[in-house]
Design a protein around this ligand. Sequence first.
Ligand code: FAD
Length: 408
Amino acid sequence: MGNPHDCDVAVVGGGIVGLAVAYKIVTHHPALGVCVLEKEDSLASHQTGHNSGVIHSGLYYRPGSAKARMCTEGRRELIEFARDHGVPLRICGKIVVATEQRELPHMRRILDYARANGVEGIEEIAPERIRDIEPACRGIRGLHVPGTGIIDFTQVAGAFAELIRRSGEDNRILTGHEVVGFRRDGSRSMVVTRRGEVRARLVINCAGLNCDRVARLDGVHPGIRIIPFRGDYYDLTPQAAQKVRALIYPVPDPRFPFLGIHYTRKISGTVDCGPNAVFAFKREGYTKTAFSLRDTAASLGYTGTWILFARNARYGLHEYTRAISRRLFLRTLQRFIPTIEPQDIHPGKIGVRAQAVGPWGQTLDDFKIEAGEHAIHVLNAPSPAATACLAIGDHIRDLAAQRLGLTS
Ligand SMILES: Cc1cc2nc3c(=O)[nH]c(=O)nc-3n(C[C@H](O)[C@H](O)[C@H](O)COP(=O)(O)OP(=O)(O)OC[C@H]3O[C@@H](n4cnc5c(N)ncnc54)[C@H](O)[C@@H]3O)c2cc1C
């Protein structure tokens, strides 16, 4: 780019959240020019391209929270969008399975949350019903959630990108444009990328694992730091995959923001199981040994990380041991399907979650979106943000319209 490219809205990050936001803006405000800036050469190459691909129903989230509201609304819209635009999805339902008595109170709390959040058709089920739904699975009680589905979020992101590109020549998606700084130019922001500058009336930061850094580049103190948590998956062999019809989840540990290792029949028909959750030494590293000095120093130089570690030392150690030991991982899987054997699993993909952590070691549970005069920063968009992306897009589109003096 020679002269700065001019636009009304610059969206930083070409993951599913940034693309959903841009799609919502170009659809509802066609007079605005939108530019998506993505640092990689392809879109959706981080969290959006490395997740479980589950369309969540909204059962885990505290009633009244942004997650609860946006998951329920976003899920509905996502299903409609996928059907309208030819993105394959399957509403296969899922079961949440308790294998020990001590899990029952939390399982029933989830059921209460689900009912308060309007999750349709959810019911508590007995062991015989668990076997009807998933013949290879064992548990003492469970929840059946018929509305949960599966999809490929990379394909959804691709469909948004296609619609943005087709919506007009003022709307652009620039890959290979890493944002490295901002400066003010009168009433505009100059977004500095490695390939030139983009002038915008409003900036929207959807940078996922780097959202705290992009906020700081813009002079905003985010009040959190992104601490990356790696999640390893194993794939089931085609023969073992026959033991899983759809989705089998554990009752999550209420002390942590992760849903626990689950079996997922993907939209492609294969079955994977995971993810665990271990501290990662690189924000965007997809091997067990990936290391970045910059990312590790950012995490370990933050008091919140140490408080989080100190509070959860036992859990962390257990997760690490399980990350190293295939035998322990297998034992977790056998809690639900006792007939899974060592030869049934082989290492699969790896994902890294962006977990926002506060200065006192608190893991932020809800979505966090901060709107200033010139910029909107998405500072926490963990699961189920892919499911909720269109509802997040609506919310940010309205914030953007207010900032730009438009009626939404
Ligand atoms: C292991 C795992 C399993 C999950 N399972 C599910 C699930 O089943 N269902 C569900 O709903 N959610 C799930 N999630 C959560 C979901 O994937 C994320 O909430 C969602 O993808 C977040 O999207 P995003 O656009 O915010 O982030 P990302 O997809 O990470 O996109 C951020 C983008 O910003 C770009 N970027 C970063 N810095 C810059 C910069 N300086 N300049 C330009 N571009 C930049 C990155 O390259 C990236 O493309 C899961 C997540 C993980 C990790």
